[in-house]
Design a protein around this ligand. Structure first.
Ligand code: F6R
Length: 249
């Protein structure tokens, strides 16, 4: 694990984008694993900027998103499909057929999760972007989710629904379930970049880095991945024992 601490959201966004841009320049056919939420929005803005400056192209890039809500239509403004189009896909030259987001069509959900899984195993992510929940979830692998899980349907914890209520009119409107890559799918990526901001993430970050590897702390599994870069702002890093702005295990 390499852990970097930067002053604020803007710096973290620029540095994480610089890593992704470097990988995209090295490999124009890159396969990216993408996250939604507040954490990667600045990273996506910087990728759009690099695209507008002709530094990178998404023409031959494939993307696989971590998760999607169940119970709201795809065209709902808070579906992760809408989020990704709003914050990234509408602004770049990616081909629609190269965008993959788990489908939430409830009648076929089990089959669709299985299909997504097959695609994930056939398309190992070169770089997987992650955020982290205040309860240390990654994707929507809530505490207690099995480490051997592949794409599956999860009942969201009340903590996660409360936290995501900021995007909806009220907590009652936040879906109760989601379909998510499992831990096993997340670990099957060559490189992982995790971003975290704010003091409400400080405990989760601490447990991810120093905690026992357990299903109660889903992000702790990342200790076992060979290539993880964690990029934090000062608040998210505040509980780590960082004498300098860089730590490596
Ligand atoms: C989003 C996802 C979640 C978020 C996490 C942090 O696709 O899988 O694990 O990364 O909930 O969310 P933010 O960035 O909004 O704090």
């Amino acid at each position: 694990m390499r852990i970097y601490k930067y002053k604020n959201y803007d710096e973290v966004s620029k540095v994480s984008a610089a890593i992704v841009i470097r990988e995209m320049i090295k490999n124009p056919n890159i396969i990216l694993g993408l996250a939604t939420g507040t954490s990667p929005i600045g990273l996506y803005k910087n990728l759009i900027k690099a695209y507008n400056e002709y530094l990178i192209s998404f023409k031959d890039v494939k993307t696989f998103n971590l998760d999607e809500y169940i119970g709201i239509p795809n065209d709902h403004p808070e579906s992760y499909s809408s989020f990704m189009h709003r914050h990234l896909f509408n602004h770049i030259d990616i081909k629609e057929q190269n965008i993959h987001i788990p489908s939430n069509e409830i009648e076929h959900i089990e089959n669709l999760a299985e299909e997504y899984n097959k695609k994930l195993f056939g398309n190992q992510r070169d770089v997987q972007i992650l955020g982290i929940g205040a309860n240390a979830h990654i994707g929507f692998n809530e505490p207690g989710s099995e480490m051997s899980n592949q794409t599956f349907i999860i009942k969201l914890s009340e903590e996660t629904r409360m936290s995501n209520a900021r995007f909806f009119d009220s907590v009652d409107e936040v879906p109760t379930h989601a379909v998510t890559m499992g831990i096993k799918n997340i670990m099957f990526s060559k490189q992982i970049i995790l971003l975290a901001f704010g003091k409400e993430k400080a405990d989760a970050v601490y447990k991810m880095v120093y905690g026992k590897i357990t299903e109660d702390i889903p992000a702790s599994i990342l200790q076992l991945h060979p290539d993880v870069t964690i990029i934090l702002d000062e608040e998210a890093a505040s509980k780590l024992d960082m004498k300098s702005d860089f730590l490596e295990f």
